[in-house]
Write a protein that binds this ligand. Structure first.
Ligand code: TRP
Length: 432
């Protein structure tokens, strides 16, 4: 069986994820109408999603929606970690309500950190950089300090059983129980923002690396298992099914919604279903979810997700804090970065003569990838470099020099802002 393991450092064949896991392509058609599409959309860095349509609709219609993502406080923050926060900052700028989980319980359960160590790393390495990168005040919290998240994890767990959990994650008899519980905490993270205390039922987007998809699937299954209604598009109608024993009351409520909107419907009590002649199943699902909440249920809307590609390490393998020579850390000094960049793998010809004659391969070049991941902002300039490299006109030396200069500016600026950020951290997190 093929499995994505969120705790390993696998490499991914992105094509295969569409076929085997039902991740959908994040094509231009889905994002082109959003305000100022950012580089990570335009350049295909965010490549896949589940249910992003619900978010796009909320943005277009000016309805409330939320972002929930998480950070694992382990190791130092490197460029690979930056891409998620670039996304969060963009979503904040277009009106999302932002929530960020510090996964200190997960770091404790799966990586052997103490909560105290995790807290220090989270603040000094991650949150300080998030603020320096431009994140405005929002809800950043620690899993271990959020009672709602922990309660929810426990309560939600009722609708998942052991075999399912083992099958998704490949846990074995010797996996520690805190680790086995980590996916439930993460489901608590993702779903708690729909509690009334955190803004209520609304579309929620979880931007993550694709290694996190098992958690997303797991959480979506749990969320839907806690619903009383199941709503889907069927034969051009909106089909509403009741999942509870006593269907009459719930069918009455659904009928009431159809009537209120003036939609035709066909009700089938024996089948515990009602088919509504409407186009927008999301709107009906949302209204039913609100009714469920009034009845004492959770009424979660299924969380949507996007997946980004991982940035490659400077040697062509994975960028990871466990291989420091091939990662660029946001706290690296310039001398260190210089060495790393000069040693990076490029797509250039073996000799200058060959390079000039046959051209280079920007797709295989780690410097070009740094440009793509935001070091170069202007698409046109990026394209010129691409063409000039292919034509053998742009040499690797020239690119490396440029990368170094841009990186130096970026890191110096960030360092200064990180200093200021230390003062501001209190506005972002409540520490007990
Ligand atoms: N598991 C994530 C990681 O390893 C961290 C995380 C915890 C998270 N809770 C989350 C990510 C909720 C997204 C949503 O990086």
């Amino acid at each position: 069986m093929i499995r994505i393991d969120p705790w390993s450092s696998q490499k991914y064949d992105y094509e295969h994820l569409f076929e085997n896991f039902g991740i959908e392509r994040f094509d231009e058609s889905i994002w082109k109408d959003l305000p100022s599409p950012p580089f990570f959309y335009r350049r295909g860095i965010v490549f896949g999603h589940r249910d992003f349509g619900i978010i796009r609709d909320a943005i277009k219609n000016g309805k409330p929606w939320a972002i929930l993502t998480g950070l694992m406080p382990s190791g130092k923050m490197h460029l690979g970690h930056k891409i998620v926060i670039d996304q969060v900052i963009y979503y904040q700028s277009i009106g999302a309500d932002i929530h960020i989980a510090v996964a200190d319980i997960e770091a404790y359960a799966t990586r052997g950190y103490s909560l105290k160590q995790a807290e220090k790393i989270a603040i000094e390495e991650y949150i300080a950089n998030y603020i320096a990168l431009g994140l405005k005040p929002c809800n950043i919290y620690f899993q271990s300090k959020n009672e709602h998240v922990k309660d929810m994890a426990y309560l939600l767990a009722k609708k998942a059983n052991l075999s399912e959990t083992l099958a998704i994650y490949g846990f074995t008899g010797s996996t520690n129980m805190s680790h086995i519980f980590a996916p439930f905490i993460q489901a608590g993270d993702i779903l708690h923002v729909q509690l009334d205390e955190y803004g209520g039922i609304r579309p929620t987007l979880v931007p993550v690396g694709v290694d996190q998809d098992p958690h997303i699937r797991f959480c979506r299954d749990i969320a839907s298992a806690h619903r009383m209604y199941s709503v889907m598009k069927k034969d051009g109608k909106v089909a509403v099914f009741i999942k509870e024993e006593d269907a009459k009351k719930l069918l009455d409520i659904a009928e009431g919604i159809a009537t209120k909107h003036g939609y035709d419907f066909e009700r089938n009590d024996a089948y515990k279903a009602i088919y509504i002649d409407a186009d927008d199943e999301r709107e009906i699902d949302f209204e039913l979810a609100l009714e469920e909440r009034k009845l004492g249920g959770y009424g979660f809307i299924l969380p949507a997700s996007t997946y980004h590609r991982f940035i490659t390490g400077l040697d062509g393998n994975k960028m990871s804090s466990s291989r420091p020579n091939y990662a660029i850390f946001l706290s690296d000094d310039i001398e260190t970065v210089k060495k790393k960049i000069w040693a990076a793998k490029t797509g250039g010809g073996v000799t200058m003569e060959e390079h000039r004659r046959y051209g280079g391969k920007p797709e295989q070049c780690m410097i070009y990838e740094l440009f793509t991941y935001g070091l170069i902002k202007d698409d046109k300039q990026l394209e010129e470099i691409y063409e000039d490299c292919r034509a053998g006109k742009q040499t690797c030396g020239k690119c490396k020099k440029m990368a170094l200069q841009l990186m130096e500016e970026f890191l110096n600026d960030l360092k200064e802002k990180r200093e200021q950020a230390k003062e501001e951290i209190k506005e972002y997190i409540k520490l007990k």
